[in-house]
Design a protein around this ligand. Sequence first.
Ligand code: ADP
Ligand code: MG
Length: 753
Amino acid sequence: MVRLTPVSATVTRWRTEAYARLHARLSAVVGDKTAKAFGKLGIATVGDLLQHVPRRYMAGTELSDLSGLREGEEIAVLAEVAGTKEHSMPGGRGRLEAWITDGRGRLGLAFFGRAPLIKYWQSQLAKGSRGIFAGKVGVFRDEPQLSHPDFVMLDEYGKYAGGSKANEVLAQVTQTSDLIGIYPATAKLRTWNIAESANLALDYLGEVTDPLPETVRERAGVLGLTEAYRAVHQPRDRAEAARGLERLKFDEAFAIGLAMARRKAIARSHPAVPRTRRPGGILDAFDATLPFALTAGQQLVSEQIFADLEQQHPMQRLLQGEVGSGKTVVAVRAMLDVVDAGGQAAFLAPTEVLATQHFQTITRMLGELAAGGTLDAAEHATQVVLITGSMPAARRREALLAAAGGEAGIVIGTHALLNDQVQFADLGLVVVDEQHRFGVEQRAALGAKAESRPHLLVMTATPIPRTVAMTSFGDLETSVLREIPAGRAEVSTVVVDVIKNQSWVPRAWERIVEEVAAGRQAYVVCSRISSADDSSAGDDGFAESVEEGEEPREPAVAVEDLYAELSTGPLSRLRTAMLHGRMPPEEKDEVMRRLAAGELDVLVSTTVIEVGVDVPNASMMVICDADRFGISQLHQLRGRIGRGAHPGVCLLMSSSPTESDATTRLHEVAATRDGFRLAEADLRLRREGDVLGAEQSGRRSSLRLLRVLRDQELISRAREMADDCLVADPELADPGLADIVDKIEAPEWLERA
Ligand code: ADP
Ligand code: MG
């Protein structure tokens, strides 16, 4: 990880003095055994524990809702005993069954033990009395059941009145507060064990210096840190708990905001060569040959980019636009603007296949203008070269020379282009296609070598809701292309339940045959390559993994198997081919070339076709095991069809039950092609706040409490304050602020502590 902020000695000193206790190992406070159990929850320090906040709070006098319990879930519920029944077993042992209720639903309890113990439990569980019961939901005779739950009984005022274990903490908590925090727990660490540890941690902590400057605290109207921890773990009432939580959420939002503002400031502080627009050059010549008029959006975004390029500091811009919204044209215009100003542009694609395809598209778009260096070159022409690892050595050397000598105005390749081997005479602009594979680190690495940085244009077809953009790409300015240029076809999407409608599967293949007979082409997409793999993850590690906790099920259809089946069976009359990430690059390129040239009717592939592949004649897509893909991935895949004039059909084959999260996802995808709507639906449907995706996982831990949709207002407000802080204190002289930023930029500091 590139360190954007070296920790100053001041910060280090400040940390040791002011709040070393927050970073103390948990074992110092709760003992080794408990500390080890906390390790399973990812909690290592006193601070980690204090950040582990109750999922919800129960008033000792309210019953929990018992509907919707999920098997396997660790729960703690407050309920009333509805009855017990004792069964004796041979050898002086017994079994006690009990039922608890919330007044509507009921939940069974089961206890096993020697007779006296059974008697004791039975006496505790008097009919009509209330208690908190904790355990893992199992199923017994089709009914939910907790086997050997831990429990504590409460009196009529909601105060502690005994239980399976004498529990002092709960006794204390219920004496001083009407609220009991229910923590995310494990079998070894019950919610009251966690509460007890949190109390110990609070005692140990005493008062800590608040890293958040007082001015910010006041403006945000949030509690001090120590106070917030107390409010969250030992609230007197719900309002207090909410205020505690508000502060902790603000911290997350502010930290991200400050880190992003800082990154932006650092990027701006580097010099860049201004590239002034020069009329009458290659850009104007290109515009004159365009077979269509630019959309208003394309014009506007181009103007924003040209203005950025004229600045003395590097452009840092994110261009969002649906698949087919015409980003490539905008990128080409930006690159030509830089060429006109005497510089070079690099265009980076996520894979070699895509780099090759972009090379072809861009050369084709430029026509004669790309023939620079040849005798009959048009006036203003430049050279466009492709540099990939797999190209023949001689051609590669030639391309490298053209890049180093400056003859190549446009150099296309993968991220490997940023390697040392590739020299540029005057690199003025870097365009990155599909940012989500181009992380923050690469962004920072860009300018690390050069004295002055190239301008940067990052493009993504994944629509990013505003607050996600703020939290993940808050160091970039954003532009959006909202329209799809005229002439795009309709695509109808149908969810096919292959369990209920098995006849639909052969029907899908027939439909492909019909499409091909009408002159079209089709894709069949699978979520994995080979049935010999045990993983169901997709190609190149890009497929989103199946959600945890879902039922184990049939393995997904593999490309190799399905290809063998289709090419010898239902599609044997058609020209078919297979494509996946494990094939040699030349083979992949050849398959893509044949598809684009219309020499193939059907491509059976993995998600390698997700990004950028452009075959306007393709009108049909069948996605096998669509329930294993995420919303945005399905949207990306579907974007491969309906790119020309022909209406498309997309079949989402699914074997998930009607009432499942996966099916809900599929219906969202079927309902709209609006990428922004889908991106929001995606956020809504994710159970946890994992909005940044795997590639951003380094930062996931810093967004624990914030939910980017629900907390939009807070995120915007915190960002504003962070911006102001940075204006007032650009060098982060305030050790608290420096500490906040450093924790995000260098989380490994926590490991070292
Ligand atoms: P993106 O990169 O955003 O997916 P492209 O730049 O590849 O989109 O554009 C998709 C298709 O639309 C291309 O065939 C391109 O030539 C065409 N196109 C781009 N801009 C326009 C426009 N203003 N009017 C008509 N067609 C356009
Ligand atoms: Mg594109």
